[in-house]
Design a protein. Sequence first.
Length: 449
Amino acid sequence: MEQFSLEFDLTPQRRVFSVMELNATIRALLDAEFSDIWVSGELSGVKLAPSGHYYFTLKEREAQVRCVAFRSAHRYWKFRPQDGLAVLARGRIDVYEARGEYQLLVELIEPQGLGALQLAFEQLKRKLAAEGLFAPERKRPLPRFPRRIGIVTSPRGAAIADMIHILSRRSPGLHIRLYPALVQGEGAVEEICRGIDFFSRKEWADLVIVGRGGGSLEDLWSFNEEAVARAIAGCAVPVVSAVGHETDVTIADFVADLRAATPSAAAELVVPTREDLIERISTWRAKGTQALRYRLAMLERRLRQQGIERALSVLHRRVGRGLQRIDEQEFRLRERMRAATDTRERARRGLETRLRRFDMRPRLAMGRRRLETATAAAEQRIRLSLARRRGRLDQLDGKLSQLSPLRILERGYAIVSNEAGVVSDSAAAPAGSRIHVRLAKGELDAVVE
C-alpha cells in the first residue's frame, strides 16, 4: 500500500514594522477609536510656544496625559488656559511620531465650576483695563451734527429697523450705510471687525454704531471678543456701542466712545431732531441696501462653508505637526545651549582657581606682615638697649656726683682762690691781698688781714 507523507511549516510568519510604520499604525487605530472624546482634569505646565501652539498636561492625582492645542483650534476659545484650572477638554488621541508618544489634540476646552463665558469676560476685562482701553481720557466726543453714519449690525431683526427709523425721522437727508454682519455664531466676530475696519478705512462716516438687539450672554458674546474690542479702539472715527437691552453689559460698551442702552437709544443720541419729510424714502433705500448686502453676505458664507472648513482642518493639522516638531527641536537646542554654557562656566571657574595660585597679592601681604614683625622686633631691641644704657648713665652720674667738689662745699667747706689760682697754703695769700671765696651757695670777694 503506497504511503503519502505531508509536511507542514508551522513556523509563524513574522510581520516586521519600521518605527515609523508602527507609530503610524498605532495613530490610525487611536484616531479611529478616540476621534472625539471629552477628558476632565487639571491644567498643569501651560506653555505657549512661539508657533502659537499651547502645550500643557491634564492631570489627576495619579495619572496625567500630554496635550497640545494647535493655533488654528485655540484661537476660537473664549478664555486663556491657566495652571491649576479644572477643565473639560474635547479632542482626539494622536501619536507624535518623532517621540513615539500619544497625546490629546485638544480642539475645545471648557472650565469646570465658573462658566467659560463669564471667566473669559473677566479675563479680557482685566487685560484691556490694564492696557488703558477703558480710560475716560481716550473717549472721543461725537460730532454734533453728523451727516453720514455707518452701522455695523445684522441686516435682519428689529435693531437695524429701529435705528434706521429713528435716524430718518429725526434727521431727514442723513446718509446711512449698513455693513451687514452676523452678530452671533460662527463668523460673527470676523464680520463685525471687517465692518468696523471698513468704515475706519473709507473715512466716509462721521461716526459708527455697532450693536444688535437683546439676547442671552451666549447670543451677545460676539461683542465680548478681544478682536471686536480692539477693532473699536482702533477705529478712526467715534464708535457708539448699542448692544442688547439696558441691563446688558459687554466689553464693547467699555471700549466704545459712547454706550447706548439699546439700539433705539443710540439712534436718538447721535442725531438731533429733524422734520420727518423723507422718512419713507430713506427707510426704503436703507432696506434695499440691506437686502442686497445681506444677499451678498449669505452667498459669501455659503461658498465658504462648501468644503473649505474640512480642507483647512486637514491643512492646519499638518502644519501643526510640523510646527510641533520645530518646537521640539527648539526646546532641545535650548537645553544643549544651556549645557554648553554650564560646561564653559565650570572651565572658567577652574582657570580662575588656578590663576589664584599665581596671584602676588597674598605673597606681598605675607612679606608686609614679616616686615612689620621685624620692624616691631627691632624697635623693641632698640628700646631695651636704650633702657640699659640709660641705667648705666644714671649709675655713672651718681658716682660722679659723689666725687664732685661741690658736694664737699655743701658740708661747710669753701674754695679759696686768687689771681694765681686755688690757694691751698696761707703763704700764697699774704696780708692785704685780695681773694675769692666760693661757697656751696654763692661767692665772696675778701681781703686778707
